[in-house]
Design a protein around this ligand. Structure first.
Ligand code: ATP
Ligand code: MG
Length: 416
Protein backbone atom coordinates (compact mmCIF):
# COMPACT_ATOMS: atom_id res chain seq x y z
CA UNK A 1 0.00 0.00 0.00
CA UNK A 2 1.37 3.37 -1.01
CA UNK A 3 1.19 6.21 1.48
CA UNK A 4 -1.65 8.22 0.05
CA UNK A 5 -2.04 10.93 2.62
CA UNK A 6 0.03 14.07 3.04
CA UNK A 7 0.09 15.64 6.46
CA UNK A 8 0.80 19.33 6.07
CA UNK A 9 2.25 21.31 8.92
CA UNK A 10 1.99 25.04 9.07
CA UNK A 11 4.04 27.51 11.02
CA UNK A 12 3.28 31.08 11.88
CA UNK A 13 -0.45 30.98 11.27
CA UNK A 14 -0.70 28.55 14.14
CA UNK A 15 -0.22 31.47 16.52
CA UNK A 16 -2.94 33.64 15.04
CA UNK A 17 -5.43 33.30 17.86
CA UNK A 18 -9.01 34.13 16.92
CA UNK A 19 -8.25 34.57 13.21
CA UNK A 20 -6.49 31.27 12.88
CA UNK A 21 -9.46 29.58 11.18
CA UNK A 22 -9.48 32.17 8.41
CA UNK A 23 -5.76 31.79 7.82
CA UNK A 24 -6.18 28.04 7.65
CA UNK A 25 -8.97 28.38 5.10
CA UNK A 26 -6.77 30.52 2.86
CA UNK A 27 -3.97 27.98 3.22
CA UNK A 28 -6.32 25.14 2.29
CA UNK A 29 -7.40 26.99 -0.84
CA UNK A 30 -3.76 27.70 -1.77
CA UNK A 31 -2.95 24.00 -1.37
CA UNK A 32 -5.91 23.05 -3.56
CA UNK A 33 -4.74 25.51 -6.18
CA UNK A 34 -1.19 24.16 -6.10
CA UNK A 35 -2.39 20.56 -6.41
CA UNK A 36 -4.74 21.55 -9.24
CA UNK A 37 -1.87 21.34 -11.71
CA UNK A 38 -0.60 18.00 -10.39
CA UNK A 39 -1.58 14.60 -11.76
CA UNK A 40 -4.17 12.98 -9.49
CA UNK A 41 -7.29 13.89 -7.53
CA UNK A 42 -6.87 15.25 -4.03
CA UNK A 43 -9.12 15.85 -1.08
CA UNK A 44 -7.65 18.70 0.96
CA UNK A 45 -9.24 19.31 4.33
CA UNK A 46 -8.53 20.53 7.81
CA UNK A 47 -9.11 18.39 10.83
CA UNK A 48 -8.27 19.14 14.45
CA UNK A 49 -5.72 21.83 13.70
CA UNK A 50 -4.07 19.83 10.97
CA UNK A 51 -4.31 19.97 7.20
CA UNK A 52 -4.36 16.80 5.14
CA UNK A 53 -4.30 16.11 1.44
CA UNK A 54 -5.64 12.66 0.63
CA UNK A 55 -4.98 11.17 -2.77
CA UNK A 56 -8.18 9.71 -4.18
CA UNK A 57 -8.13 6.85 -6.67
CA UNK A 58 -5.56 4.14 -7.35
CA UNK A 59 -2.15 3.86 -5.80
CA UNK A 60 -0.43 4.68 -9.04
CA UNK A 61 -2.64 7.65 -9.86
CA UNK A 62 -0.07 10.12 -8.55
CA UNK A 63 3.62 10.82 -8.36
CA UNK A 64 4.66 11.61 -4.76
CA UNK A 65 7.67 13.65 -5.92
CA UNK A 66 5.45 15.84 -8.07
CA UNK A 67 2.99 16.32 -5.21
CA UNK A 68 5.80 17.24 -2.82
CA UNK A 69 7.37 19.67 -5.32
CA UNK A 70 4.02 21.45 -5.67
CA UNK A 71 3.45 21.58 -1.92
CA UNK A 72 6.93 22.95 -1.35
CA UNK A 73 5.81 26.08 -3.19
CA UNK A 74 2.84 26.78 -0.92
CA UNK A 75 3.74 29.59 1.46
CA UNK A 76 2.56 28.93 5.00
CA UNK A 77 3.64 25.28 5.02
CA UNK A 78 6.68 24.40 7.11
CA UNK A 79 6.52 20.62 6.93
CA UNK A 80 5.27 18.06 4.43
CA UNK A 81 4.92 14.44 5.49
CA UNK A 82 3.82 11.58 3.32
CA UNK A 83 1.95 9.35 5.75
CA UNK A 84 0.40 5.93 5.93
CA UNK A 85 -3.13 6.27 7.26
CA UNK A 86 -4.68 3.19 8.86
CA UNK A 87 -7.88 2.69 10.85
CA UNK A 88 -7.83 2.94 14.62
CA UNK A 89 -6.78 -0.56 15.61
CA UNK A 90 -5.06 -2.37 18.42
CA UNK A 91 -1.38 -1.95 19.23
CA UNK A 92 -0.45 -5.24 17.60
CA UNK A 93 -1.92 -4.17 14.28
CA UNK A 94 -0.36 -0.72 14.47
CA UNK A 95 3.02 -2.40 14.96
CA UNK A 96 2.34 -4.59 11.91
CA UNK A 97 1.54 -1.47 9.87
CA UNK A 98 4.70 0.22 11.11
CA UNK A 99 6.67 -2.77 9.77
CA UNK A 100 4.95 -2.44 6.40
CA UNK A 101 5.62 1.30 6.42
CA UNK A 102 9.35 0.85 7.09
CA UNK A 103 9.65 -1.96 4.54
CA UNK A 104 8.12 0.25 1.91
CA UNK A 105 9.79 3.54 2.78
CA UNK A 106 13.31 2.18 3.31
CA UNK A 107 13.12 -0.67 0.85
CA UNK A 108 13.72 -3.41 3.43
CA UNK A 109 12.35 -6.93 3.47
CA UNK A 110 10.86 -7.99 6.80
CA UNK A 111 11.45 -11.46 8.26
CA UNK A 112 8.23 -13.43 8.15
CA UNK A 113 6.79 -14.51 11.51
CA UNK A 114 9.90 -13.74 13.58
CA UNK A 115 10.09 -14.97 17.11
CA UNK A 116 9.04 -12.33 19.57
CA UNK A 117 12.07 -10.58 21.09
CA UNK A 118 14.50 -12.18 18.62
CA UNK A 119 15.56 -8.85 17.12
CA UNK A 120 16.83 -7.42 20.37
CA UNK A 121 19.93 -9.58 20.39
CA UNK A 122 20.73 -9.39 16.69
CA UNK A 123 24.10 -7.84 15.89
CA UNK A 124 23.40 -4.57 14.06
CA UNK A 125 24.87 -4.05 10.58
CA UNK A 126 27.31 -1.14 10.37
CA UNK A 127 24.77 0.67 8.21
CA UNK A 128 21.74 -0.21 10.37
CA UNK A 129 19.13 2.55 10.56
CA UNK A 130 19.19 4.08 14.02
CA UNK A 131 15.69 5.02 15.08
CA UNK A 132 13.34 6.12 17.75
CA UNK A 133 9.58 5.70 17.85
CA UNK A 134 7.57 8.71 18.88
CA UNK A 135 3.89 8.16 19.54
CA UNK A 136 1.43 10.95 20.00
CA UNK A 137 -1.91 9.91 21.41
CA UNK A 138 -4.19 12.83 20.51
CA UNK A 139 -7.17 10.49 20.90
CA UNK A 140 -7.32 10.03 24.66
CA UNK A 141 -9.95 7.30 24.30
CA UNK A 142 -7.33 5.05 22.85
CA UNK A 143 -6.46 2.63 25.66
CA UNK A 144 -2.73 2.07 25.07
CA UNK A 145 -0.43 4.76 26.50
CA UNK A 146 2.10 6.36 24.12
CA UNK A 147 5.13 4.87 25.82
CA UNK A 148 3.73 1.38 25.60
CA UNK A 149 3.02 1.83 21.93
CA UNK A 150 6.57 3.17 21.41
CA UNK A 151 7.98 0.06 23.02
CA UNK A 152 5.69 -2.33 21.16
CA UNK A 153 6.40 -0.83 17.76
CA UNK A 154 10.13 -0.52 18.45
CA UNK A 155 10.44 -4.17 19.48
CA UNK A 156 8.46 -5.31 16.47
CA UNK A 157 10.71 -3.39 14.08
CA UNK A 158 13.81 -4.96 15.63
CA UNK A 159 12.26 -8.41 15.18
CA UNK A 160 11.15 -7.78 11.61
CA UNK A 161 14.45 -6.30 10.43
CA UNK A 162 17.13 -8.04 12.53
CA UNK A 163 20.45 -6.22 12.28
CA UNK A 164 18.98 -3.65 9.93
CA UNK A 165 17.59 -1.38 12.62
CA UNK A 166 18.94 -0.17 15.92
CA UNK A 167 17.27 1.86 18.62
CA UNK A 168 18.95 5.16 19.47
CA UNK A 169 16.81 7.40 21.63
CA UNK A 170 19.39 10.19 21.81
CA UNK A 171 20.52 10.78 18.25
CA UNK A 172 18.45 8.65 15.87
CA UNK A 173 18.89 9.00 12.12
CA UNK A 174 15.19 8.28 11.71
CA UNK A 175 12.19 9.19 13.83
CA UNK A 176 9.13 7.07 13.35
CA UNK A 177 6.05 9.07 14.21
CA UNK A 178 2.82 7.38 15.16
CA UNK A 179 -0.14 9.69 15.67
CA UNK A 180 -3.23 8.17 17.16
CA UNK A 181 -6.29 10.22 16.29
CA UNK A 182 -9.62 9.04 14.86
CA UNK A 183 -7.32 7.15 12.58
CA UNK A 184 -3.66 6.30 12.95
CA UNK A 185 -0.99 8.14 10.99
CA UNK A 186 2.46 6.67 10.49
CA UNK A 187 5.33 8.65 8.98
CA UNK A 188 9.04 9.23 9.30
CA UNK A 189 10.09 12.09 7.05
CA UNK A 190 9.23 15.74 7.49
CA UNK A 191 10.25 17.57 4.34
CA UNK A 192 10.64 21.32 4.66
CA UNK A 193 7.97 23.65 3.32
CA UNK A 194 8.80 27.17 2.14
CA UNK A 195 7.54 28.85 5.34
CA UNK A 196 5.97 32.29 5.24
CA UNK A 197 2.26 33.08 5.21
CA UNK A 198 -0.42 31.85 2.80
CA UNK A 199 -0.79 34.18 -0.18
CA UNK A 200 -4.01 36.10 0.27
CA UNK A 201 -3.70 36.74 3.99
CA UNK A 202 -1.80 40.04 3.75
CA UNK A 203 -3.19 42.31 1.08
CA UNK A 204 -1.96 43.03 -2.40
CA UNK A 205 1.06 44.76 -3.94
CA UNK A 206 2.31 45.84 -7.35
CA UNK A 207 5.75 44.51 -8.28
CA UNK A 208 7.94 46.46 -10.69
CA UNK A 209 9.20 43.47 -12.59
CA UNK A 210 12.17 43.82 -14.91
CA UNK A 211 14.04 41.05 -16.65
CA UNK A 212 16.85 41.13 -14.11
CA UNK A 213 17.83 38.88 -11.25
CA UNK A 214 16.54 41.06 -8.41
CA UNK A 215 12.92 41.92 -9.00
CA UNK A 216 11.58 38.33 -9.31
CA UNK A 217 13.30 37.54 -6.01
CA UNK A 218 11.80 40.68 -4.42
CA UNK A 219 8.34 39.62 -5.60
CA UNK A 220 8.86 36.11 -4.23
CA UNK A 221 9.85 37.51 -0.83
CA UNK A 222 6.79 39.72 -0.54
CA UNK A 223 4.47 36.94 -1.74
CA UNK A 224 6.06 34.75 0.92
CA UNK A 225 4.61 37.09 3.53
CA UNK A 226 1.11 36.38 2.22
CA UNK A 227 0.78 39.25 -0.24
CA UNK A 228 -0.99 38.80 -3.58
CA UNK A 229 1.12 40.15 -6.46
CA UNK A 230 0.40 42.00 -9.64
CA UNK A 231 3.25 43.29 -11.76
CA UNK A 232 4.22 46.10 -14.11
CA UNK A 233 6.89 45.76 -16.77
CA UNK A 234 8.18 48.68 -18.85
CA UNK A 235 9.55 48.01 -22.27
CA UNK A 236 10.68 50.26 -25.08
CA UNK A 237 9.91 48.81 -28.50
CA UNK A 238 11.54 48.87 -30.98
CA UNK A 239 14.61 49.40 -28.79
CA UNK A 240 13.68 46.33 -26.80
CA UNK A 241 12.55 43.12 -28.45
CA UNK A 242 9.57 40.84 -28.17
CA UNK A 243 11.98 38.27 -26.76
CA UNK A 244 12.86 40.59 -23.86
CA UNK A 245 9.17 40.91 -23.08
CA UNK A 246 8.68 37.15 -23.27
CA UNK A 247 11.48 36.75 -20.76
CA UNK A 248 9.58 38.90 -18.27
CA UNK A 249 6.38 36.93 -18.91
CA UNK A 250 8.40 33.77 -18.24
CA UNK A 251 9.76 35.24 -15.01
CA UNK A 252 6.26 36.21 -13.89
CA UNK A 253 5.20 32.64 -14.59
CA UNK A 254 8.04 31.27 -12.45
CA UNK A 255 7.14 33.58 -9.56
CA UNK A 256 3.46 32.67 -9.94
CA UNK A 257 4.27 29.03 -9.12
CA UNK A 258 4.63 30.34 -5.59
CA UNK A 259 2.49 33.46 -5.54
CA UNK A 260 -0.47 32.25 -7.56
CA UNK A 261 -1.76 34.13 -10.62
CA UNK A 262 -0.15 37.48 -11.45
CA UNK A 263 -1.77 40.20 -13.51
CA UNK A 264 1.13 41.56 -15.57
CA UNK A 265 0.82 45.03 -17.10
CA UNK A 266 3.17 45.58 -20.01
CA UNK A 267 3.72 49.29 -20.52
CA UNK A 268 5.13 50.87 -23.64
CA UNK A 269 7.63 53.30 -22.19
CA UNK A 270 9.35 54.40 -25.41
CA UNK A 271 7.81 57.84 -25.82
CA UNK A 272 8.43 58.77 -22.22
CA UNK A 273 12.00 57.55 -22.34
CA UNK A 274 12.72 59.45 -25.55
CA UNK A 275 11.23 62.60 -24.06
CA UNK A 276 13.38 62.27 -20.95
CA UNK A 277 16.42 61.56 -23.11
CA UNK A 278 15.80 64.62 -25.26
CA UNK A 279 14.94 67.12 -22.56
CA UNK A 280 16.62 66.19 -19.29
CA UNK A 281 20.28 66.14 -18.24
CA UNK A 282 21.73 62.80 -19.18
CA UNK A 283 23.28 62.12 -15.81
CA UNK A 284 19.76 62.23 -14.32
CA UNK A 285 18.14 59.94 -16.89
CA UNK A 286 17.84 56.84 -14.77
CA UNK A 287 16.43 58.63 -11.73
CA UNK A 288 13.82 60.51 -13.72
CA UNK A 289 12.91 57.41 -15.63
CA UNK A 290 12.56 55.49 -12.38
CA UNK A 291 10.27 58.20 -11.02
CA UNK A 292 7.94 57.81 -14.01
CA UNK A 293 7.98 54.07 -13.56
CA UNK A 294 6.86 54.50 -9.96
CA UNK A 295 4.09 56.90 -10.97
CA UNK A 296 2.74 54.56 -13.63
CA UNK A 297 3.08 51.44 -11.47
CA UNK A 298 1.13 53.26 -8.77
CA UNK A 299 -1.68 53.86 -11.23
CA UNK A 300 -1.94 50.13 -11.87
CA UNK A 301 -1.60 49.44 -8.17
CA UNK A 302 -4.68 51.56 -7.50
CA UNK A 303 -6.54 49.97 -10.38
CA UNK A 304 -5.76 46.48 -9.06
CA UNK A 305 -6.61 47.33 -5.45
CA UNK A 306 -3.03 47.16 -4.17
CA UNK A 307 -1.71 48.90 -1.11
CA UNK A 308 2.01 49.04 -1.92
CA UNK A 309 4.71 48.86 -4.58
CA UNK A 310 7.59 46.37 -4.62
CA UNK A 311 11.00 46.78 -6.26
CA UNK A 312 14.20 44.76 -6.36
CA UNK A 313 16.39 47.62 -5.22
CA UNK A 314 19.24 47.18 -2.76
CA UNK A 315 21.25 49.98 -1.19
CA UNK A 316 24.23 51.01 -3.26
CA UNK A 317 23.91 48.29 -5.90
CA UNK A 318 24.01 50.85 -8.73
CA UNK A 319 23.93 54.64 -9.00
CA UNK A 320 20.13 54.71 -9.00
CA UNK A 321 20.06 52.80 -5.72
CA UNK A 322 22.12 55.03 -3.45
CA UNK A 323 20.19 56.40 -0.49
CA UNK A 324 19.94 59.78 -2.21
CA UNK A 325 18.59 58.12 -5.36
CA UNK A 326 16.07 56.07 -3.41
CA UNK A 327 14.84 59.25 -1.71
CA UNK A 328 14.22 60.78 -5.12
CA UNK A 329 12.44 57.64 -6.36
CA UNK A 330 10.22 57.44 -3.30
CA UNK A 331 9.13 61.02 -3.71
CA UNK A 332 7.39 60.20 -6.99
CA UNK A 333 4.70 58.04 -5.44
CA UNK A 334 2.49 58.12 -2.40
CA UNK A 335 2.17 54.41 -1.69
CA UNK A 336 4.74 52.69 0.50
CA UNK A 337 7.49 51.05 -1.54
CA UNK A 338 8.63 47.66 -0.26
CA UNK A 339 12.22 46.80 -1.06
CA UNK A 340 12.75 43.40 0.52
CA UNK A 341 16.30 43.12 -0.88
CA UNK A 342 17.41 46.45 0.52
CA UNK A 343 20.14 44.97 2.74
CA UNK A 344 21.10 42.02 0.55
CA UNK A 345 24.43 41.56 -1.18
CA UNK A 346 24.17 40.62 -4.84
CA UNK A 347 25.42 37.10 -4.10
CA UNK A 348 22.62 36.58 -1.55
CA UNK A 349 20.11 37.59 -4.20
CA UNK A 350 21.71 35.29 -6.77
CA UNK A 351 21.57 32.41 -4.27
CA UNK A 352 17.88 33.01 -3.66
CA UNK A 353 17.11 33.26 -7.36
CA UNK A 354 18.84 29.91 -7.87
CA UNK A 355 16.79 28.44 -5.05
CA UNK A 356 13.45 29.64 -6.41
CA UNK A 357 14.34 28.79 -9.99
CA UNK A 358 14.36 32.21 -11.66
CA UNK A 359 18.11 32.62 -12.16
CA UNK A 360 18.51 30.82 -15.49
CA UNK A 361 15.75 32.88 -17.06
CA UNK A 362 17.00 36.14 -15.51
CA UNK A 363 20.46 35.79 -17.03
CA UNK A 364 19.20 35.33 -20.58
CA UNK A 365 20.89 38.16 -22.46
CA UNK A 366 18.10 40.43 -23.67
CA UNK A 367 18.22 44.19 -23.67
CA UNK A 368 16.42 46.11 -20.93
CA UNK A 369 14.76 49.47 -21.49
CA UNK A 370 16.88 51.12 -18.80
CA UNK A 371 20.21 50.02 -20.22
CA UNK A 372 19.50 51.46 -23.64
CA UNK A 373 19.14 55.04 -22.49
CA UNK A 374 21.71 54.83 -19.77
CA UNK A 375 24.19 57.65 -19.07
CA UNK A 376 27.94 57.10 -18.90
CA UNK A 377 28.22 58.95 -15.61
CA UNK A 378 24.92 58.93 -13.75
CA UNK A 379 24.52 61.08 -10.63
CA UNK A 380 25.05 59.07 -7.50
CA UNK A 381 23.84 61.74 -5.08
CA UNK A 382 20.91 63.36 -6.81
CA UNK A 383 19.15 66.19 -5.01
CA UNK A 384 15.40 66.10 -5.09
CA UNK A 385 14.95 69.80 -5.86
CA UNK A 386 17.31 69.49 -8.79
CA UNK A 387 15.53 66.44 -10.15
CA UNK A 388 12.13 68.08 -9.73
CA UNK A 389 13.40 71.11 -11.62
CA UNK A 390 14.70 68.96 -14.46
CA UNK A 391 11.33 67.26 -14.72
CA UNK A 392 9.69 70.64 -15.36
CA UNK A 393 11.35 70.51 -18.75
CA UNK A 394 8.98 67.66 -19.57
CA UNK A 395 5.82 69.52 -18.61
CA UNK A 396 4.87 70.08 -22.18
CA UNK A 397 3.27 66.77 -23.05
CA UNK A 398 4.44 64.35 -20.34
CA UNK A 399 1.03 64.00 -18.65
CA UNK A 400 -0.52 62.96 -21.96
CA UNK A 401 2.30 60.51 -22.54
CA UNK A 402 1.72 58.95 -19.14
CA UNK A 403 -2.01 58.69 -19.85
CA UNK A 404 -1.27 57.13 -23.21
CA UNK A 405 1.14 54.63 -21.64
CA UNK A 406 -1.44 53.62 -19.05
CA UNK A 407 -4.24 53.43 -21.60
CA UNK A 408 -2.33 51.32 -24.12
CA UNK A 409 -0.75 48.93 -21.61
CA UNK A 410 -1.31 45.29 -22.35
CA UNK A 411 -2.49 43.16 -19.45
CA UNK A 412 -1.47 39.50 -19.39
CA UNK A 413 -2.91 37.09 -16.83
CA UNK A 414 -0.02 34.86 -15.86
CA UNK A 415 -0.10 31.56 -14.06
CA UNK A 416 -3.81 30.86 -13.91
P1 ATP B 1 16.68 43.77 -11.54
O1 ATP B 1 17.33 42.47 -11.47
O2 ATP B 1 15.51 43.81 -10.69
O3 ATP B 1 16.44 44.27 -12.92
P2 ATP B 1 18.80 45.72 -11.39
O4 ATP B 1 19.96 45.58 -10.57
O5 ATP B 1 18.90 45.57 -12.87
O6 ATP B 1 17.67 44.76 -10.82
P3 ATP B 1 17.69 48.34 -11.78
O7 ATP B 1 17.66 48.14 -13.24
O8 ATP B 1 18.41 49.47 -11.21
O9 ATP B 1 18.17 47.09 -10.98
O10 ATP B 1 16.21 48.42 -11.28
C1 ATP B 1 15.85 48.53 -9.95
C2 ATP B 1 14.41 48.07 -9.81
O11 ATP B 1 13.55 48.91 -10.60
C3 ATP B 1 14.18 46.68 -10.30
O12 ATP B 1 14.46 45.74 -9.31
C4 ATP B 1 12.71 46.72 -10.65
O13 ATP B 1 11.91 46.57 -9.48
C5 ATP B 1 12.55 48.13 -11.19
N1 ATP B 1 12.72 48.13 -12.66
C6 ATP B 1 13.83 48.40 -13.36
N2 ATP B 1 13.60 48.29 -14.68
C7 ATP B 1 12.32 47.94 -14.83
C8 ATP B 1 11.47 47.66 -15.96
N3 ATP B 1 11.93 47.71 -17.20
N4 ATP B 1 10.19 47.34 -15.72
C9 ATP B 1 9.72 47.25 -14.45
N5 ATP B 1 10.47 47.50 -13.37
C10 ATP B 1 11.75 47.83 -13.53
MG1 MG C 1 17.20 45.63 -14.07
Amino acid sequence: MVCKTFLLKYGEIGIKGKNRGQFEDVLVSRIRHALGSVEGTFDVHKEQGRIYADVLGDDDSFDPDEVIAALQKVFGLVGICQVMKVPLEDADEIAEDAVRFIAQTYDLTPVENPEEGSGENAVPDPDAITFKVHTRRANKHYPVPSMELDAEVGARLLDAFPGKMKVDVHDPSMMLYIEVRDEVYIYSKILPGPGGMPVGTNGRAQLLLSGGIDSPVAGWMIAKRGVVLDATYFHAPPYTSERAKQKVVDLAKLVSRYSGPIRLHVVNFTQIQLAIYEKCPHDELTIIMRRYMMRIAERFAKEDGSQALVTGESIGQVASQTIQSLVCTDDACTMPVFRPLIGFDKQDIVDLSLKIGTYDTSIQPFEDCCTIFVAKHPVTKPRLEVIQKSELKLSDGIDEMVEEAVRTAETIEVGI
